[in-house]
Design a protein around this ligand. Structure first.
Ligand code: ATP
Length: 281
């Protein structure tokens, strides 16, 4: 059993504005837990800090402060074994696979790196787990569709034996017609293999359908959290209401149409709401 706890994560970037360097707080005191067989969705507009949180969980970025603890069978996972337990699926299945290598190579490598058996049968077993046929093993990424590539990316994340998976907008670059297939695959794996999943998206509809809990992020801060149905059907924070009522702009990932920035700014300043405790903070 593997769980992950993020406590009070903060991430500051230092950016240049004119001649000055200013501090930009991209993530501001975010806490959550990931537990086996559950999916937590992190939703918010573009720039709200979702990817920065994903990158900190995947150890691609260091928090400025706060703590991420992974426990496996009760014991804390030491730093050197962190990536055996926590893996990430990236948004872009075209950029994340090396065009020169076969699919078998992409799957053998993490198996080998994490000290696991890495023969043909293990590669085939990984392909089976993501519902891809055996003959994919000898192909190269350009011979696969976007959806098939994303399945390979999911198989690669599972190869080390990881039980915590961070999926950062895993379908936003795929054709609309195949998105559901990839999300259903993630949901099946989560259920059958008791994965703990962090699903990052700007799409409230899939967040509701595919997750148990939702955190709504605005400017790096969680403004609302709770069971998925409660957050979507009974939003308490004005920012969540704005997100729920706005139509997504198909041309700009994470940007929403019909939104008045002044309304969003006002809404963002309201206290956060926690459906688990019923409290505003
Ligand atoms: N390496 C960096 N250096 C400086 N600023 C950064 C860096 N990475 C992210 N930011 C800033 O941090 C804030 C949060 O960015 P982040 O990418 O986490 O948001 P997001 O919600 O994932 O948005 P998107 O969906 O567009 O990726 C943004 O204002 C962004 O410009």
């Amino acid at each position: 059993m593997t769980t992950l706890e993020a406590q009070d994560l903060v991430k500051d970037f230092h950016v240049r504005v004119g001649l000055r360097r200013v501090r930009l707080r991209a993530v501001d005191g975010v806490s959550f837990s990931l537990t086996p067989g559950r999916t937590v969705a992190l939703v918010g507009e573009s720039g709200s800090g979702k990817s920065t949180i994903a990158r900190m969980i995947a150890r691609l970025e260091k928090p400025s402060s706060g703590r991420i603890t992974v426990r496996s069978d009760g014991g804390e996972v030491p730093s050197k074994h962190y990536r055996d337990h926590v893996q990430m699926v990236f948004q872009d299945p075209f950029a994340s696979l090396n065009p020169f290598h076969t699919i078998a190579h992409h799957l053998e490598r993490p198996l080998k790196l994490h000290g696991r058996p890495h023969g043909h049968s293990e590669v085939v077993s990984l392909l089976n787990r993501v519902s891809l046929p055996e003959d994919m093993a000898g192909r190269r990424p350009h011979e696969l569709s976007g959806g098939q590539r994303q399945r390979v990316a999911i198989a690669r994340a599972l190869a080390p034996g990881a039980k915590v998976v961070v999926a950062d907008e895993p379908v936003s670059m795929l054709d609309v017609s195949i998105r559901l297939g990839v999300l259903n695959l993630l949901a099946r794996l989560q259920r059958e293999e008791q994965l703990a999943v962090l699903y990052i998206t700007h799409d409230l509809a899939t967040a509701r359908h595919f997750s148990d809990d939702i955190l709504v992020l605005y400017k790096g801060r969680v403004v609302e959290r709770g069971p998925a149905d409660d957050v979507i059907l009974n939003p308490q924070h004005p920012y969540t209401r704005i997100l729920a009522s706005a139509a997504p702009n198909p041309d700009a990932r994470g940007r929403l149409l019909d939104i008045n920035p002044a309304d969003v700014e006002r809404a963002g300043a309201e206290p956060s709401f926690d459906h688990y405790t019923g409290q505003r903070t």
